[in-house]
Design a protein around this ligand. Sequence first.
Ligand code: GLC
Length: 557
Amino acid sequence: MTTADSTYAPTETGRPADADWWRTAVIYQIYPRSFADADGDGTGDLPGITARLDHLADLGVDALWLSPFYPSPQRDGGYDVADYRAVDPMYGTLADFDALLARAHELDIRVIVDLVPNHCSDQHVAFRAALTAAPGSDERALFHFRDGRGPDGSLPPNDWTSMFEGPAWTRITEADGTPGQWYLHLFDPGQPDWNWDNPAVREDFETTLRFWLDRGADGFRVDVCDALVKAPGLPDWPRPTHGVIEPVDGVMPPMWDQEGIHEIFRTWRRLLDTYDGRRILCAEAWLPPERAARIIRPDEMHQAFNFRFLETPWQADGLRAVIDESLAANDAVGAPTTWVLSNHDVMRHASRFGYDGPVELEHGVGADDPQPDRPLGLRRARAATALMLALPGSAYLYQGEELGLPEATELPDTARQDPVWERSGHRIRGRDGCRVPLPWTEDGPAFGFGANPDTWLPQPSDYGSYAAAAQRDHPGSTLRLYRRLLELRRSYRLGTGNLRWLQSPHRVLHCANGSIEVMTNLGPAPVPLPPAAHVLAASAPATDHVPADTTVWFTRT
Ligand code: GLC
């Protein structure tokens, strides 16, 4: 059970006071490369997004979050930023960004942009200057440059591994042609880590924050924010960098969740609050709920992604436990709990739930791998979303999930772009399968994504059957289900509500949020609805029973 933060007062309309919009917001993630292509080059762009904003207004979301659209060599899908205060020509211009923002605001949709502060691109002007500058120079001090170990410095400075496999260090060649120092990159070698102990780095990011806030951005999603500060001396950590980020014998891994991150977030919060009190920061940190909650204490960020929820398989006890844990951890700091099932880094939930048991979220699926059970996956995905959207707090949706879009599990390996595919020696396929351009129409070039049928990642030939146009007027469609759930969520004020668990049979979740009751059946047999139930929405046809793998929202008459 949870209670709303006592400082938080809903207005008479049931919508939160404007300054608190984010406490209940449904935020839709756009991956710009794959949303809509206006100029026909096979890659999505900002004008393409603007032209399709009506889709988001119809869906009924409160905000959108744009994954990076900044100049980038695209070594990691734009999370390798070469210039934080510009638009990549492949996506358009700053004027296109302004137009997108203006149209979104007209539609009452807020716009959150991605801030990538842990690392930049190796093409960033500051890193290029560091490469040609001398060891010990101010230019190098913006990053983590170190001499190598061993008599000739040919071994990495410490044993850290990259999130994309292999060492987290790359050795450079000095200006005089000799083998030189090493630089740290927790991700791809094309993504050097900034040195956040350096005040110049902090100042530059404050300039970037102001740049987008001045243009009217409503906030930032902050990429791997828990990695900014590294333990002093960069000590060895003879364990993987990747995986569950938890203390080992009371010690946090030296690259994650160091105490120093909080001061940075406090500074940013003060900066945002000098605007109109309506701009927000959302933390991307794959931490357990109680650690993530420390980032959203009242003077730090506003909300954090709830990845524990996303990681939980389709299993009643596990889901109930993670819901309770999440609410408790966030209530303790007065922050809203957020919910998320899909994003650009993980297998889409319509496919994930088509496997029995847990899956490797970021490993991808190849044509020769076991394929998910598609109808089952979609059925469970719809039920999971219906459960998620009934929960109090804020929720994140990932583009295409409102279409029930499955992961592209048969992409040709030659088309893969995720750096992990090469770095793992073709062992891990990576995240391309959830990043394929969206289908908007049943036929036509690229299923309405754009005029060019040759899209940057190939679309599966059956993607047209998931097109938005095919679903809009189809009563049982996933798109119509999402619209209905969002409409009810708003009118019944579920975002501000309290969750109460009710007694239920084994493998069934039954809860109430205000006057709405929700039953999710994760077992094999149908379970009866209470006799006086009046069904408001259901993830699969339901009258007096909740079928297997189905969620039903109802009131009592
Ligand atoms: C975040 C992004 C992911 C990216 C990584 C490095 O986890 O969501 O796409 O690869 O950070 O920036």
